[in-house]
Write a protein that binds this ligand. Structure first.
Ligand SMILES: Nc1ncnc2c1ncn2[C@@H]1O[C@H](COP(=O)(O)OP(=O)(O)O)[C@@H](O)[C@H]1O
Ligand SMILES: [Mg+2]
Length: 393
């Protein structure tokens, strides 16, 4: 056992005889000097001490307090010892404290942990964390032993941390929404403005080619080459605009957009992608659709990047008022020792999106037998009936 450092001097008002006090002192060694009859070390109590210690009688008065009461609550020992602990407790915490005290009296030996506001000598309220143990049965103690400390600053720090997390979450939500809006706008602009101008240009060149004389041949083939380039540009414009925001998501909804994405994925990567949807008939609002669609995109990107899979399965189901989205692959699973985890924002982004919808994300992965991403969000959407129609691709 490590040597005990008795840093506190205790004030003892009664209940331990001078003889007991002196024998306690001799056990504790010379670290504490006996200034008067009421001062002595009390090893049994300090052993589990957090910051400060008090002994409390059945009638709630303090028989004994460590000197650190002054550091924690500002009182001199003689201002604290002998008074009921309830005199120091905030009125709003009184009822709960009395109940806890009664519970402690009923359960010897059982530590009871609580946080209560106590009045500091300077008039302020401090949040005190206390661990009380009924030791009335212990002939060496015969009291309720309370170890306590000031956790006000910790609590404030916790609150601030919580608040700043909430702010970050709001910020991320805001950024996602703004990005989505921007993508939609740019996508539309590219599609409508560029696309239309190119189409007009194509028609003009086409007319020009028709109006060209048969000779020289070179002129007509130049016109044809220009037309081909314009067709190429039109394809690029369409792909670019779809990449930014698939029109199908806005026009045909989530399931069709995911099917479209799956086909794109298959043709681009050669990895088979199956879809099973039992959502038909459930209207998913545009915001949720966008989020779920982006989740699928990120999950599929991860499959290409990390999984070494040959097959992906996407499932959309409805389960007890929730919408369930599952993306599973038959790849190698998440590698534990992957050092890049901290910088990976994809899964974090998925969590943020889904949490913002009040949902949950589960990722399960077994080495060698694939990864499964499971997303569940509450479905507060209007129904149009027949939602149980299975739809397989
Ligand atoms: N389908 C998957 N198969 C295997 N590993 C995966 C899969 N999805 C994610 N991972 C692992 O989880 C990590 C975190 O993914 P993510 O947050 O999307 O970051 P990033 O893709 O940028 O690395 C990846 O680096 C990868 O190691
Ligand atoms: Mg990723």
């Amino acid at each position: 056992m490590p040597p005990l450092v008795v840093s506190d001097v205790f004030c003892l008002q009664s209940h331990v005889s001078r003889h007991e006090a002196l024998s306690s002192l001799s056990k504790a060694g010379p670290a504490v000097s006996l200034e008067d009859e009421r001062t002595l070390p009390y090893r049994a109590i300090v052993e589990n001490s957090l910051d400060a210690v008090a002994l409390i009688r059945q009638d709630s008065t303090t028989s004994f307090a460590s000197a650190s009461v002054t550091r924690v609550l500002g009182y001199r020992l003689e201002e604290f010892v002998g008074r009921s602990i309830f005199e120091f407790i905030h009125p709003d915490d009184l009822e709960r404290s009395r109940k806890l005290f009664a519970d402690a009296l009923d359960s010897p030996g059982k530590p009871i942990v609580a946080e209560v506001r106590c009045r500091h000598r300077d008039g302020s309220w401090r949040l005190i964390e206390v661990v009380g143990v009924n030791r009335f049965d212990d002939p060496e103690v015969r009291a309720l032993v309370a170890n306590y400390r000031d956790v006000t600053h910790r609590k404030i720090a916790e609150e601030e941390l919580k608040e700043s997390r909430e702010q970050l979450r709001n910020l991320s939500r805001h950024i996602n929404a703004a990005r989505e809006e921007e993508r939609t706008r740019i996508s539309r602009e590219i599609h409508d403005e560029l696309g239309q101008k190119l189409t007009v240009l194509k028609m003009s060149v086409s007319r020009l080619r028709q109006a060209l004389p048969r000779e020289p041949e070179a002129l007509r083939s130049s016109a044809s080459a220009i037309l081909e380039s314009i067709d190429g540009l039109l394809r690029t414009v369409r792909d670019l605009s779809t990449e930014l925001r698939p029109v199908v998501l806005d026009h045909l909804g989530l399931v069709e957009a995911i099917k479209w994405q799956a086909r794109q994925f298959e043709s681009r990567t050669g990895i088979a992608c199956g879809i099973r949807s039992r959502l038909d008939g459930v209207a998913v609002d545009p915001n949720r659709s966008t989020d779920l669609f982006r989740v699928v995109q990120e999950a599929l990107t991860n499959v290409v990047r990390h999984a070494r899979a040959t097959r992906v399965q996407i499932q959309l189901l409805r389960e007890a008022g929730d919408l369930l989205l599952e993306v599973s692959d038959n790849g190698q699973g998440i590698q534990q020792e992957d050092g890049s985890r901290q910088a990976s924002l994809g899964l974090l982004g998925i969590r943020e999106r889904i949490q913002a919808l009040g949902g949950t994300v589960e990722i399960s992965s077994t080495s060698g037998s694939g990864t499964r991403l499971r997303v569940r969000i509450p479905l507060v959407a209007k129904e149009t009936g027949h939602e149980e129609d299975p739809d397989r691709r």
